[in-house]
Design a protein around this ligand. Structure first.
Ligand code: 13P
Length: 255
């Protein structure tokens, strides 16, 4: 797809005030990027507000790693979409496989969270992807279709929806699908988006995530329906993350 790549760094449950230097270095290294790449980092919620001051007037945008499906009220420990926005977030990750698995988040809950996020003007990065058993059973495409059907709200605000394809078995393992496998799944996701949204489904960005490193970023980004990357471990290292962003710039510039 055309338009800038979205290179996203999910810090997961990592990051203290002492880690803000990583953000500053990332912002410095991304200064030269222009319309080829959009960069967003998802630090823990505790660092959002201070990060937003730090990243003001830089190329690096911010996102939260989750939000509540509720607007406000007696939901101890939860963070609403409006709180994320208030702290400086423009994006939010929803339905990450770690939350689907460890916190038993259902497709329906993810969909309701995404509705809140979109209503607050955030871009919802909705994660989908098969688990190892589904892959072994040849059910990857069916799993992905179901997640699109049940966890992505049918909003007309397609520019606020981003899909991240992250096969669970590829996360943090150093193992990735083959380039052909990524291409097949991304193409399938596009077909599903077109089926549900019509032509406007073409504008929904589809990211790949799972063991992305500087060494494999270029070849993954070159796959036609890959609109960016969701990076975990490598985003904690400013040099690796900015190298991935730089690969995005080169691939786009060469296209
Ligand atoms: O889960 C991920 C990003 O959301 C991917 O994590 P890794 O890049 O560490 O495999």
């Amino acid at each position: 797809m055309t338009g800038p790549y979205l290179i996203a760094g999910n810090w997961k449950m990592n990051g203290l005030n002492s880690s803000l230097a990583v953000l500053e270095e990332t912002a410095r290294s991304c200064e030269h990027l222009n319309e080829e790449v959009d960069v967003v980092v998802f630090p823990p919620a505790t660092l959002l507000a201070v990060s937003s001051i730090l990243l003001k007037d830089t190329r690096v945008q911010l996102g939260g790693q989750d939000c509540s499906s509720e607007v406000s009220g007696a939901f101890t420990g939860e963070i609403s979409a409006s709180m994320l926005k208030d702290a400086g977030a423009k994006f939010v990750i929803l339905g990450h496989s770690e939350r689907r698995q460890r916190h038993a988040e259902s497709d329906d809950l993810v969909r309701r969270k995404a509705i809140q996020a979109v209503q607050e003007g955030l871009k919802a990065v909705i994660c989908i992807g098969e688990i190892a058993q589904e892959k072994a059973d040849g059910k990857t495409l069916a799993a992905v279709s179901d997640q699109i059907l049940y966890s992505v709200p049918r909003t007309s605000a397609v520019d606020q929806i981003v899909i991240a394809y992250e096969p669970k078995w590829a996360i943090g393992t150093g193992v990735t699908p083959t380039l052909d496998e990524i291409a097949v799944v991304h193409k399938h996701i596009r077909v599903e988006l077109l089926a549900h949204w019509g032509e406007s489904g073409r504008g929904i960005r589809i990211l790949y995530g799972g063991s992305v490193k500087p060494s494999n970023a270029t070849e993954i980004l070159a796959i036609s329906e890959v609109g960016g990357l969701l990076v975990g471990g490598a985003s904690l290292d400013a040099k690796q993350f900015s190298a991935i962003c730089e690969h995005g710039r080169s691939v786009r510039a060469a296209a």
